[in-house]
Design a protein around this ligand. Structure first.
Ligand code: BGC
Length: 793
C-alpha cells in the first residue's frame, strides 16, 4: 500500500516537472483553437488578473514590475499613450493582448496626447444620444457608429463604452442626454444600429448601463424597486432588442441595485436573463467601481471588474483557495474574456494609425444633425428665414457658447465647437455687433470669476447666469431683421438635474424671451427660440410668445453650423420627439419617486429593509419605488388623457405630409404594415411614420397604445410619395404577464395606428389574431414585496 502511494507520489512529481518543462518549453499561444490550452496554462493568479481591469496599472503606466503591488510577473500593462478609460492586463507569454476601452456615447473620450509627439489629437463630437435618436433613423445612426468605429480603430481602441441606453423614465435624470428615449422599442432599435455600425469596423461596444440605472443621485447604491412587468417590458426591453439584433461584444452592468442585489452581483440578470434567455455571448464588465463582492460577481457572470484594483484580484484568488468560489466559475469568465480578446484589432496586430479622417467625420456630424433637430413651433412660416433677412440680433449666453454635448464620461475631447454666432456668420448673416460685444465680455468676465476654481469632468464649470436685458432698452433699439434667443442647458454623470433654473426657465430667461418677443413683435419682427439643451425643459409657460422654436439638442462640434443650416433652410429638420414634454414636471407620475433637490419630495413610503441596510433609508436616495409601473412617458399621458406640452413623436417640418393607403398583412410570425406618405408641401423633406398598436380588450391591462414599429421616408420632393413597410413580429406584440412569468400575445383584433405623433394618428388598419401565443421565461428578479405592499396601498 505504502509502495503504491510512493509510486503515485513519484509519478505526480514527474508529471508536474514535465508540465513545468512543457510550460517553459512550449507555452500555447492564444488562438481560436487554443482557448482551452491557454486556460490550462494560466495560473490561478493570472486568471484572477484577467478578470480585473488594469486601470491602476494604467494610471502608473509602464510595465507590471513597476507597479507598487503584486500582480503576476507575467502580466503586462497597456501603454496608455492616449488616456483611455481602461484596459485589461496582457500576458504576452501566452499571446494574450489587452482589451483597450474608451468612452463614449457621442464620440470618443480620449485625451489623445502622444508620447514623444508634439500637440494633442482630438476626436469628433457627434450629436448626443438623444439627438441621434430624435432622427428615428437607424440607418443614419449606423453611419455615426461606423465613423466612431473608424476613429476608435485609428486610435487603437478595441471597445467603445457605448451606447448608453437607459430609459428616459424621468426628465431629470442627469444622463438622459446620453440615452435615447422613453420608449424601449425605439431605444433598442437605435442602439442596435449604433452597435452594428461600430462593430462593423471590428471595434466592440459596451451597451450600458445594464440595467434600470435611471437616476444619478446615489447612483452607486440606490435600490430600484419595481415589478417584473415594468422591468421586462420597459427597462430590459431595449437591451433585449440590442442583444438579439446586434450582438454587442460587451454589456456594462450598472452601479445600482435592482430589487435588492447589485446588478453586478445578480446572476438572474447577468446569466439567467442576459445569457440563457437572450443568448448573449460576450462579456459583462462592471461600471467603474471597486466596491462589490468579487465572488458574487464571478458567480453572477460579471466577467470583468472595471476599472480594477489589486484587492479584487487577490480576493478572487483567496476565495478560490478557501473554497468560497469555484475555479470552474472563474474559468467560465476567463473563457469569455479570452473570446473577446480574440476578436479585437489589438489581438489581430492592427497598428493604430492615429490619423482618423476627422474632416470627413465633422462633415458627417453636421449632416446628421438636421435629422435630430425637432421643430416645435413655426407660426406663419417664420422658418426657414426668408431670403431677405441679413441681420440677426442674437440673444442668450449660449448663442455665443454653444454646448456640444454633456459632461462626465459622455464628454468628447473635441478640437472645437462651432457656436451659433459662428455658424450664422459663416452662413453670411451679420450678427449684431453690440450684442456680440456685450455677451462675449460678460462671458469672459464670468470665466475670470471662475479662474481660481478647480473643475473636473464630474464637476464642470457652472453655466453663466443669463444677462439681464433692460426692457426699455430692448424697445429703444433699432432691431435687426430677426431676433434669435438661445436657451442652453447642460447635464452629466453623477448628478441629476433640478427643477428650478434647470427644468424650469430662470426668471431672467423667461423675461428675456418675453421682452424680446414684445419688443420685436412691436417692431414687426419675428423671434425664434433655439433650445441647445441636454433634455426636456418646461415649455408650456412661454411657448406662445416666439414665432418659432427649434429644439436643437446638443449637436456636437458642428452645432452652430448645423443650426444655421436649419434656420436658413439649407436643410429641413426632420427630427421627432423621443419623449414627452409635459406641461409641468410633476405631471410625470415618476416625479413622486425621483430625487429632486437631493432629498426628494416628502416621503410617503415606509422605510425599507429589503436592501439589508440600516434603517431609516431615504426614499429616492437609498431606494426608489417604481410605483408608476408600465405607465412611463406617453404610456401614461395617452392612457390617462393627460394634456402635454408636446407629445411623444411630435415634430414639424418645413413641408407637410399626407398619409394614405394603410394596410396590414398577417404573416406566419406577426404582421407587415404598409402606409404611403406623400409630401404635400413645397419643400423637400423626410417624414417619420410611427406605428402604434392598440391591443384587444381583455387579458392583461395595457396602455391604450404602444409604439411597435416606425419608418422614415427618404428625402421626398414636393408631390413625391413613398410607401413604407413596417414589419412587427408576434413577440414584439406581446406583454409580460408576471403571474404566469410569460410573454403573451393575446388573440383578438389589433388596431394599427399610423401616427405623425402619438397624438396625431393619421390613419388606421385592423388585424385579427385568431390564436394567442405565449413565451415562458424564468420567474426571477421579483421584489421582496410587491410595490403595493411597499406603499401600503
Ligand atoms: C460611467 C460609465 C463610463 C465609465 C468609464 C463611469 O463613471 O458611469 O458610463 O463608461 O465611468 O469612464
Amino acid at each position: 500500500m505504502l509502495k503504491k502511494k510512493k509510486i503515485y507520489c513519484i509519478l505526480c512529481v514527474v508529471s508536474a516537472l514535465l508540465a513545468g518543462m512543457g510550460r517553459a518549453v512550449a507555452q500555447p499561444k492564444l488562438s481560436p483553437d487554443t482557448v482551452e490550452d491557454v486556460l490550462r496554462a494560466l495560473t490561478l493568479e493570472e486568471k484572477a488578473t484577467l478578470l480585473v481591469g488594469a486601470n491602476q496599472g494604467v494610471l502608473y503606466g509602464g510595465s507590471a514590475e513597476s507597479i507598487p503591488y503584486e500582480i503576476p510577473a507575467t502580466a503586462r500593462i497597456y501603454d496608455n499613450r492616449m488616456g483611455v478609460g481602461g484596459s485589461t492586463y496582457a500576458f504576452p507569454h501566452l499571446g494574450i493582448t489587452p482589451i483597450v476601452m474608451a468612452d463614449g456615447p457621442a464620440g470618443l473620450r480620449l485625451s489623445v496626447k502622444h508620447k514623444g509627439k508634439e500637440g494633442e489629437h482630438y476626436c469628433t463630437a457627434y450629436p448626443v444620444g438623444t439627438a441621434l435618436a430624435s432622427s428615428w433613423n437607424p440607418a443614419l445612426v449606423r453611419q455615426i457608429g461606423l465613423a466612431m468605429g473608424e476613429e476608435a480603430r485609428a486610435y487603437g481602441v478595441d471597445v467603445i463604452l457605448a451606447p448608453g441606453m437607459n430609459l428616459h423614465r424621468n426628465p431629470l435624470c442627469g444622463r438622459n442626454f446620453e440615452y435615447y428615449s422613453e420608449d424601449p422599442l425605439l431605444s433598442g432599435k437605435i442602439a442596435a444600429a449604433m452597435v452594428g455600425g461600430i462593430q462593423s469596423r471590428n471595434v466592440g461596444t459596451s451597451v450600458k448601463h445594464f440595467a434600470v440605472n435611471n437616476q444619478e443621485t446615489n447612483r452607486k447604491d440606490n435600490d430600484d424597486i419595481l415589478g417584473t412587468r415594468a422591468l421586462r417590458e420597459l427597462y430590459l426591453k431595449g437591451f433585449e432588442i440590442v442583444v438579439k439584433d446586434a450582438r454587442p461584444w460587451t454589456v456594462m452592468s450598472s452601479y445600482n441595485r435592482i430589487n435588492g442585489p447589485y446588478t453586478q452581483e445578480d446572476k438572474a440578470l447577468l446569466t439567467t436573463i442576459l445569457r440563457d434567455e437572450w443568448g448573449f455571448d460576450g462579456i459583462v464588465l462592471s461600471d467603474w467601481t471597486a466596491k462589490r463582492n468579487t465572488a458574487a460577481q464571478v458567480r453572477a457572470g460579471n466577467d470583468l471588474m472595471m476599472p480594477g484594483n489589486r484587492d479584487q484580484m487577490q480576493d478572487i484568488v483567496r476565495k478560490v483557495r478557501s473554497g468560497e468560489l469555484s475555479e470552474a466559475d472563474v474559468d467560465a469568465c476567463v473563457r469569455r474574456v479570452l473570446s473577446v480578446i480574440l476578436r479585437t484589432n489589438t489581438f489581430a496586430g492592427l497598428k493604430p494609425t492615429d490619423c482618423p479622417d476627422l474632416k470627413a467625420h465633422a462633415a458627417l456630424s453636421r449632416e446628421v444633425a438636421s435629422e435630430g433637430m425637432v421643430l416645435l413651433k413655426n407660426e406663419g412660416g417664420a422658418l426657414p428665414l426668408s431670403s431677405d433677412i441679413r441681420t440677426i440680433d442674437l440673444y442668450g449666453n449660449t448663442s455665443y457658447r454653444f454646448i456640444a454635448g454633456g459632461t462626465g464620461s459622455g464628454r468628447v475631447n473635441t478640437a472645437y465647437t462651432v457656436s451659433l454666432k459662428e455658424g450664422l456668420t459663416a452662413a453670411g448673416y451679420s450678427v449684431d455687433p453690440y450684442l456680440d460685444r456685450l455677451y462675449c465680455s460678460w462671458l469672459d468676465w464670468q470665466d475670470a470669476l471662475n479662474a481660481e476654481k478647480t473643475f473636473s469632468i464630474l464637476n464642470p464649470q457652472p453655466p453663466a447666469p443669463e444677462v439681464y436685458m433692460d426692457r426699455g432698452q430692448l424697445f429703444g433699439r433699432t432691431p435687426g431683421d430677426v431676433a434669435i434667443v438661445t436657451i442652453g442647458r447642460n447635464a452629466g454623470e453623477a448628478t441629476d438635474r433640478k427643477i428650478p433654473a434647470d427644468f424650469d426657465l430662470t426668471p431672467a430667461e423667461s423675461a428675456l424671451i418675453r421682452d424680446v418677443c414684445d419688443a420685436y413683435h412691436a417692431a414687426g419682427k419675428r423671434v425664434v427660440v433655439v433650445l441647445n439643451v441636454s433634455g426636456v425643459i418646461e415649455t408650456a409657460s412661454w411657448k406662445a410668445w416666439p414665432d418659432a422654436i427649434l429644439l436643437a439638442w446638443q449637436l456636437g462640434q458642428e452645432g452652430g453650423n448645423a443650426v444655421a443650416d436649419a434656420l436658413r433652410g439649407a436643410v429641413n429638420p426632420s427630427g421627432k420627439l423621443t419623449m414627452t414634454f409635459p406641461l409641468q414636471y410633476f405631471d410625470h407620475p415618476s416625479s413622486y419617486n425621483f430625487p429632486y433637490d437631493f432629498v426628494g419630495p416628502p416621503s410617503f413610503g415606509p422605510t425599507m429593509s429589503v436592501t439589508g441596510r440600516k434603517e431609516p433609508l431615504v426614499k429616492n436616495v437609498d431606494y426608489t419605488l417604481y410605483e408608476e409601473g408600465i405607465y412611463v412617458g406617453y404610456r401614461y399621458f395617452s392612457s390617462f388623457g393627460k394634456e402635454v406640452s408636446y407629445p411623444f413623436g411630435y415634430g414639424l417640418s418645413y413641408t407637410s405630409f399626407a398619409y394614405s393607403r394603410p394596410s396590414v398583412r398577417q404573416t406566419s410570425d406577426g404582421l407587415v404594415a404598409n402606409v404611403t406618405a406623400t409630401n404635400t408641401g413645397s419643400a423637400a423633406g423626410k417624414e417619420v411614420v410611427q406605428l402604434y398598436v392598440s391591443a384587444p380588450e381583455g387579458g392583461l391591462e395595457k396602455p391604450v397604445l404602444e409604439l411597435k414599429g416606425f419608418a422614415k421616408t427618404r428625402l421626398l420632393a414636393p408631390g413625391e410619395s413613398e410607401t413604407l413597410t413596417i414589419p412587427v413580429d408576434s413577440y414584439t406584440l406581446a406583454s409580460f404577464n408576471p403571474s404566469a412569468s410569460a410573454w403573451e400575445t393575446a388573440a383578438g383584433t389589433y388596431r394599427l395606428l399610423f401616427g405623425a405623433s402619438v397624438e396625431d394618428i393619421r390613419c388606421t388598419a385592423e388585424m385579427r389574431i385568431a390564436r394567442g401565443r405565449s413565451w415562458s421565461v424564468h420567474n426571477v428578479m421579483n421584489p421582496a414585496q410587491t410595490i403595493n405592499e411597499l406603499t401600503r396601498k
